[in-house]
Design a protein around this ligand. Sequence first.
Ligand SMILES: *Cc1c(COP(=O)(O)O)cnc(C)c1O
Length: 396
Amino acid sequence: MFDRRSFLQSKLSLLFARKVPPATGSAPARDFVKELQLTRFINAAEPFTLLSGAPLPAEVAQAWQAMSVEPVRLEEVHNAAGKRLASLLGCEAAMVTAGAASALTLGTAACITRGNRELVHRLPDTAGMKNEVIIQKTHRYGYDHAVRNCGIRYVEVETVEELERAVNDRTAMMHFFNTNEPMGKIKAPEFAQLANKHRVPALNDIAADVPPVSNFTRSLKLGFDLVAVSGGKGICGPQSCGLLYGRADLVAAARMNASPNSDAIGRGQKVNKEEIVAMMVAIELYLKRDHEADWRQWEQRIERIAKQAKRVAGVTAEQFMPEIHYRVPHLRIRWDEAKVKATVKDIIRELRDGTPSIEVRSNTNEGLELGVWMLKPGEDAIVAQRVHQVLSAHRV
Ligand SMILES: *Cc1c(COP(=O)(O)O)cnc(C)c1O
């Protein structure tokens, strides 16, 4: 029945509801791309940081907007969202970081300081602390700067024997770069086992390696203590966010090294309430997605673009899949330069300089490589048409 009390309550909830700004997803009042004279482009590449990452789903943008006007205590948001994320990912603890790179810094700082406030204060001066990080030579990469930020020294190894000899009482952490697993002699399962055997915390950087969704938990099952992942790549969360998750004591130690603590190495990597909640919602959405349906859609896009491209004589097209990094179906187009007189570089440039501008993968050794998972609905048809046009123009 419709009584007076519930009537009042619904009136009240309406009042409160109106305080929240209108949901995004509706047309923006201002077109900032136009206003700032930015170049719109179609992302037929990857969720690269340089290309501002993945498009934010409406639910994530709405979460962001809703939280942005709520005064809350930041530690409380971190605690609550961290708890929800840990339960979603099936691990002890999790925290939202300012990207995977920040997760690397905070994870390393955690392994050095282990909850000791005096050590937190002293970083990146690590004199007298555990300040060595063991890594395989083939796993050194640009992002290891985020680990070196903590004042550590990398100890490079190649074999199991070398690794076991490298462990000593100054070893703070063992670092694994998931994408380069095939390049190192020591694979992830053995690396984690060795870390556990020597009681050294092991961190796996899987930043760009979701999907598959199973990669969220693979590292933990293997015995890694911490995992770093990007929020704004395949997960389509905020580009400025990532996650650090795994062992509770280490995540707690990472929190001590992070904002809102002011005297901490991670203070410059602040994430605010709206980012934390938006990242949490992105994970909720991602875990609920029909990943097989996504996959079928990507294959359909590839088929559409490939079919058009192959109408040009001398052009072949094939689906391919990167082994670990961005492990989703991609398209590779090649041509006989006797029939289409252009280099891959020429075609990349012409697609970029054309209207609309199209970004593709910049790898030029193997042919023209396109990612299709960042395309918005309808853009596959435009890409198909443009690729056909550009290749046709070079027919001899
Ligand atoms: C992208 C990437 C990072 C950095 O991730 P952000 O979320 O942009 O900070 C770190 N490591 C690897 C392997 C990456 O691919």
